[in-house]
Design a protein around this ligand. Sequence first.
Ligand code: AHR
Length: 500
Amino acid sequence: APTVITVNRDAVVAPVNRRIFGSFVEHLGRCVYDGIYEPGHPTANEDGFRLDVIELVKELGSSTIRYPGGNFVSGYRWEDGVGPRDQRPVRRDLAWHSLESNQVGLDEFARWCKLTGSELMMAVNLGTRGIEAALDLLEYTNHPSGTALSEQRIANGAKDPYNIRMWCLGNEMDGPWQIGHMSAEDYGKLAARTASAMKTADKNLELVVCGSSGSAMPTFGEWERVVLEHSYNYVDYISCHAYYQERNGDLGSYLASSLDMQYFIETVVATADHVKHKLKSKKTIQLSFDEWNIWYLDEHQASDEVNEEWTHAPRQLEDTYSVADAVVFGNLLMTLLKNHDRVAAASLAQLVNVIAPIMTEPGGDTWRQTTFFPFSVTSRLAKGEVLRPRIEAGTYTTAVYGEAPLVDSVATTDAATGESAIFLVNRSQTESIDVTVNVAELNATVVTEAVTLHDEDVYAKNTLQDQGRVGLKQLDGVVLDEGTLTVTLPPVSWSAVALG
Ligand code: AHR
């Protein structure tokens, strides 16, 4: 049967909120040190930040950046990272078994965010610390002046408050690996008390309570229910974290990973709305999908790469991504957009070197991984409103998800500029697929861009030695005629078509 996609203007999911294109910088491996920060590098600025990396971050188009963790935050003392650099202590980071020099802290990172044009999203430590440290941090970042901690910030060079809006109430507190891991009951109470106190200081904060670290967690669903029953009135978002990888050579199931993300989102929405009903609340909790990516976690765990030497900035979690990874990745981003009415914010985990779209070599180059491309193109083209298209496509059988559609798609349209974009994935490993897209309602007259990420070798990668092996290609044979767009999607491909 032919593959037909119909894009109707009234199938609006939500206006595109730039926060869906967030990212994440954790003090982990070489993300900060020898990643965004490398004082001796030829492109480093006076703060030690690499300007070549900043250029790529801007090209990637990430918006909100979550900081400083991740697992790292659950043992972090934010005060260590402010004030004169030569007086900052070196500490052990138990989460990643590394040394933390604290040469980059909040003030430096806030300056870095300004240079990249991104919004800082902060996490507080609810692993080893609690309400007081969270309130102190909030006073330091957001209070204008005239108090001990706001004056300390001013003395440290930041006259104006940072006005950080989004705050994570800890990180992955459901995970037994988390420093200070708690039961849902205990965490729900602590999160509620912390959130209530933070909102007493500033009712306009947007607070993210920890949801599950993945849909396979044994507590998934029940964790969300219990945590939200305690904290519902004080929080605005619940977090979701999900990582995917190919397992046992099963590329077919891997290519359908977004079906798990869809299930994850629907389950959390159902649970949050159940609590809403139970508490007779008028407020709707949104999802902050603040960690998502491809991560070859099984291999990392099997190799037992614990940094026994307690070195500073070791090479950790440095996955190299293939074309197939980028196709799955692009599909995950499409899934976030398709659920944008409830997934109001998201953070790609992470940004530089650590499971990242951007890689660096000390003293040397920076380059784009395959996953860089779907993110940067989607971030640049997705404007106006998200539309959920009707998709009539064939299916294929997967071991993990049963029948999975061969094609997936999402669209955006911007009434202000008349520009639209269609994002498409072909999950077939063998066949090109001809797709007819009914776009008459978009009133488009011209195809302004048509690109695809595809390669004969689905496992082709960009590496230090071959940085430009994989890139975007022109999507050939795209025709727009009287409101009908026809495209041919190569096997295992992610594509974007922009219309004007
Ligand atoms: O992004 C890497 C790690 O994944 C984060 O530190 C943690 O929150 C998650 O388990």
